[in-house]
Design a protein around this ligand. Structure first.
Ligand code: UN1
Length: 531
């Protein structure tokens, strides 16, 4: 970035789009990013760049004619080599000690923060995030590295003196790394959900093979770039690209992988969960989908509710597993709530998200757009009303990308599948309910349990909600996002039920421990040597 680039704290919830300095810095970064598009990038195996015979294209969802980058079509052999390199690098990385590991991770975090505009602009081209969402994703990555590093330090490397049954006995609990972790990351937070899980594993002393989404490998690559510049030793963080059914499958099946983090859909996550533990119980952290509800009671501030729902339903086109995709609103306030929501949705400007004026960009690919079209058609056919949206914009430049409009559907029965299935598009269904109890019953009647929100100004309703909602991340009266926008060290982010497997959340205080296994050490007589 240019010398004038400001250094700002950017999160999803706190940033103002009116900041002129920020907008100017982003404009400059877009120009630089554009000049950087269209290059070929290698995989990294044991610190060595590797390409191959075949390439796949990473094209921008803003404009199909825009080639963002090309990456190698990795093979099973590439993955085997990456796993072997990670195994070979493991003992030295483990024995380096956590203090030294933290220095490397923390300097990578600084590099990522310094480059927030450059990486943010590239991300905007690669996945279609608007400026603030892209900058937020980059800074979230840096904060994840910092926060997980702090965790290791706060627990003094997870060595804990235990009790003893006699004076001659010294016992401690030591958490130790497993070995090699696979990280499979999604397109929607291409940097934070590559960097966060990889950092968790690395801080704990494991080595990593990272496979990014084929829809968005570039920001995973940029994370690895920053880590390499920060001094991560060769072989500690390997990077492979290619299809799920070869590269992903090898990660799942290869016994040289000791643990796995997967973020993505419920279908793929559950298949992986079963496959990965087929022969023995290897740890696997899966973060899967959501069908996240917002409940609006008669005591809500409807303006606050409409704003919070709008931001979480349509931010990044609803392509967050935290997105708000269904609303249960008390009948008496439903018409007014829908009016306020529609008014806001219609003010959203849709278009090239690298440009300041556009708040909503494209969805990631043709398949997503088809899903959107099908949902609209199905809603109409089954008697729903398209309160706003329902269209795909194809005029001018937008015809070269995938631009749905923010869509609100009313009038469908709450038993309809559009209240049940995750779509990952800007499509929100609103159902009317008689009571909070009915809303909670419907909200919980799902295989998912990721995020949820309520808008209510009645203390007892809020208590009831907090006591009975089945979700890992919940928000009350949050104008900046009814169900989205968790931040490292502030909101732990993890799913219950079909949304996540571990019961401990990303972004939270118990994350790093999941990459470690416990050893009890009893030494008789003398004090044990340092752990
Ligand atoms: C995801 O969508 O995969 O709370 C994760 C949020 C983000 C995380 C979303 N921090 O919206």
């Amino acid at each position: 970035m240019t010398a004038a680039a400001p250094r700002m704290k950017i999160s999803y919830a706190t940033l103002s789009a009116d900041d002129e300095q920020l907008q100017a810095a982003f404009d400059a970064a877009v120009g630089e990013a554009r000049a950087e598009l269209g290059r070929d990038y290698p995989m990294f195996i044991g610190g060595i760049e590797r390409t191959g015979d075949a390439w796949f294209e990473d094209r921008s969802p803003i404009d199909r004619e825009l080639l963002v980058a090309r990456f190698p079509v990795g093979t099973r052999q590439d993955v085997r080599d990456a796993i072997a390199a990670a195994r070979a690098a493991f003992p030295a990385w483990r024995d380096l000690g956590w203090r030294r590991r933290l220095e490397i991770i923390r300097s990578a975090a600084e590099l990522i923060s310094e480059r927030q505009f450059r990486y943010g602009a590239l991300m905007s081209f690669e996945v279609g995030k608007n400026r603030l969402e892209a900058l937020g994703d980059v800074e979230e990555t840096a904060d994840l590295l910092r926060y997980y590093a702090d965790q290791m330090e706060a627990h003094d490397g997870f060595v804990l003196p235990m009790g003893s049954l006699s004076e001659a006995e010294h016992t401690r609990s030591v958490l130790k790394p497993h070995g090699v972790w696979g990280v499979i990351s999604p397109f929607n937070f291409p940097m934070a959900l590559s960097g966060g899980p990889a950092a968790g594993a690395l801080i704990a002393g494991n080595t990593v093979v990272l496979k990014p989404s084929s829809d968005a490998p570039l920001l995973g690559w940029k994370f690895v770039e920053a880590m390499r510049e920060a001094g991560i030793p060769d072989g500690v963080l390997n990077f492979v690209t290619g299809p799920g059914d070869t590269v992903g499958a090898e990660l799942e099946e290869n016994p040289g992988i000791d643990g796995m983090v997967f973020t993505g859909s419920y279908e793929v996550g559950m298949r992986l969960y079963r496959g990965f533990t087929r022969d023995y119980p290897r740890p696997i952290i899966t973060e899967m989908g959501g069908k996240n509800p917002a409940i609006i009671t008669a005591s809500a501030d409807l303006d606050e509710a409409a704003e919070g729902v709008m931001r979480s339903a349509f931010g990044f086109d609803g392509q967050k597993c935290s997105a708000n995709s269904r609303v249960y609103v008390e009948r008496s306030v439903a018409p007014e709530f829908v009016r306020l929501l529609v008014e806001r949705a219609e003010r959203i400007v849709v278009g090239d998200p690298t440009r300041r004026e556009n708040w909503m960009g494209p969805v990631i690919n043709e398949r997503s757009l088809a899903k959107f079209r099908d949902a609209v058609a199905e809603a109409k056919q089954d008697g729903g009303t398209i309160a706003t949206g329902g269209r795909v914009l194809t005029d001018g430049d937008r015809g070269r990308g995938y631009f749905p409009t923010p869509t609100v559907v009313t009038g469908l029965p709450t038993s309809h599948r559009l209240f049940r299935d995750e779509l990952f598009v800007p499509f929100l269904v609103v159902g009317e309910v008689e009571s909070l109890d009915e809303a909670l019953r419907l909200a919980n009647d799902t295989e998912y349990g990721l995020t949820a929100g309520i808008f209510s100004h009645d203390r007892s309703e809020i208590t009831t909600f907090l006591n009975s909602i089945q979700a890992g991340v919940v928000y009350v009266n949050r104008r900046s996002g009814a169900t989205t926008g968790a931040w490292p060290g502030i909101q732990s982010f993890g799913g219950w039920k079909g949304s996540g497997s571990s019961g401990k959340s990303g972004l939270g205080p118990y994350y790093v421990q999941q990459f470690l296994r416990e050893q009890s050490q009893t030494v008789m007589g003398e004090e044990p040597p340092p752990a």
